[in-house]
Design a binder for this molecule. Structure first.
Ligand SMILES: [Zn+2]
Length: 422
């Protein structure tokens, strides 16, 4: 395949993951849940044919479905060097961001970093992205003004969602009303950070009342700790048991659920499924920030109980969280890297051809942007790897990676191919 790839064209024996297909009947899947398929893309970039390949067809291409970043913080991205985390932990991160914000953020600084984050995500094949934006009373600008500009600038290239993010205790009174209106005006979500303290139940109740009044969905940072009681989750479930909520509820992190007893986890997961709650696991951030209080030796991985949630039919997406900032120094907004780390951290039981849903179709469902599955008549949106093996590609063993939108290459990454010795 040449770099000048343009529709119409046909690809033979592309290996597709089961999670990418609207209708998987007739395909022969291997142990990794990938099947060879012949695909034809017409002159308008539409997938006009999608059929199983002949049994002996060879393949050198692997296609992943359109990728989704369900949880990031582009307002803080790339601040690692400028505002270092002196203690490497959560409190050190909060201190670092406070110091940096005290100097005042300019519009140009926020715009440069936020746009760079979107470019990076797009270069990795991301079609939809949800970012939280710090929204304490004194720091609504410049980031919300920049957000409005970026949303217009990226229209048609990437679906963007914002979350009004702050400690849930600050949603009281007049500022709560201001933020409810801000979220409604921007089509944004309400993003409380629920801390475990004496006000937890009251903060949960207030948050859902505010969201209901302004017609908002909720995506909460919750149980980002090792307590082992999932207090935040229990408070949300109790509130939803008491009072019906019409919006969509997403819970991000949920670390301490993994420290509960297996029977408790299963029971809580069943209650979550009954309420239609989606979960966004953030393994890279959890591996980095959890369990830092025992003399520098971590004893647990921090990531939520993905296998148990999946068994209870709770939708679980995997996100990258912070990127190269004071909270998490790693990350380049590449969902494939995040999936690889997540499968390792959470010991996912499912094969890669199903697990890829957590950064694509299922992640899209969790953030409410539609599944974007591959089917005849749909736009040819794909991430193509020139590679021998899907798990190898996930590990970085590929020759090139092409992002296609409506059959056209919009981003390309190559790896250096080593030369053989003479
Ligand atoms: Zn976050």
């Amino acid at each position: 395949m040449s770099d000048a790839l343009a529709p119409p064209f046909r690809l033979v024996a592309v290996r597709l993951p089961r999670a990418a297909l609207r209708d998987a009947s007739g395909f022969r899947f291997d142990a990794d849940a990938f099947a060879p398929a012949d695909i034809t893309i017409d002159e308008n970039g539409i997938l006009s044919q999608l059929v199983p390949s002949a049994p002996d067809a060879g393949s050198e291409w692997i296609a992943f479905p359109p990728l989704v970043e369900p949880h990031t913080h582009i307002d803080k991205a790339f601040l690692r060097a400028r505002a270092p985390n002196l203690t490497h932990d959560f409190q050190g991160a909060r201190a670092a961001i406070e110091r940096d914000r005290a100097g005042g953020w300019t519009h140009g600084d926020a715009q440069t970093r936020m746009h760079r984050a979107l470019e990076l995500a797009h270069s990795h094949g991301v079609v939809a992205l949800r970012t939280h934006i710090d929204s304490q009373p004194d720091r609504l600008e410049p980031c919300w003004a920049v957000w409005r500009e970026l949303r217009a600038r990226w229209e048609g290239r990437m679906q963007l969602q914002a979350v009004v993010s702050l400690g849930s205790g600050k949603l009281q009174g007049a500022h709560g009303e201001v933020l409810g209106r801000l979220a409604a005006d921007h089509g944004a979500l309400l993003g409380p950070v629920f801390y475990v303290d004496a006000d937890l139940a009251a903060n949960v109740a207030r948050t859902f009342r505010l969201a209901e009044r302004f017609g908002l969905d909720v995506d909460a940072h919750i149980d980002e700790n090792s307590h082992g009681h999932a207090e935040g989750l229990r408070a949300v479930l109790d509130e939803l048991d008491r009072r019906p909520f019409r919006g969509r509820v997403t819970l991000s992190h949920l670390c301490s659920l993994a420290r509960c007893e297996p029977g408790e986890i299963a029971a809580l997961a069943r209650r979550m499924a009954a309420h239609g709650i989606g979960v966004i696991a953030l393994p890279v951030a959890n591996l980095h920030l959890q369990d830092r209080d025992r003399g520098g030796t971590p004893y647990w991985r921090g990531v939520t109980a993905i296998n148990a949630l999946a068994r209870a039919d709770v939708d679980v997406a995997i996100g990258g969280d912070n990127s190269q900032d004071m909270f998490v120094p790693w990350g380049a907004l590449d969902p494939l890297a995040v999936l690889r780390d997540g499968m390792l951290a959470a010991q996912l039981d499912e094969p890669l051809g199903d697990a890829v849903a957590r950064i694509s179709s299922q992640a899209a469902c969790v953030i409410g942007v539609g599944g974007r599955l591959l089917q005849t008549g749909a736009p040819a949106d794909l991430t193509l790897f020139h590679a021998d093996d899907p798990v190898g590609a996930l590990s970085g063993d590929f020759v090139q990676r092409l992002t296609l939108r409506r059959g056209r290459v919009v981003a390309r990454r190559r790896t250096e191919v080593p030369e053989s010795p003479p």
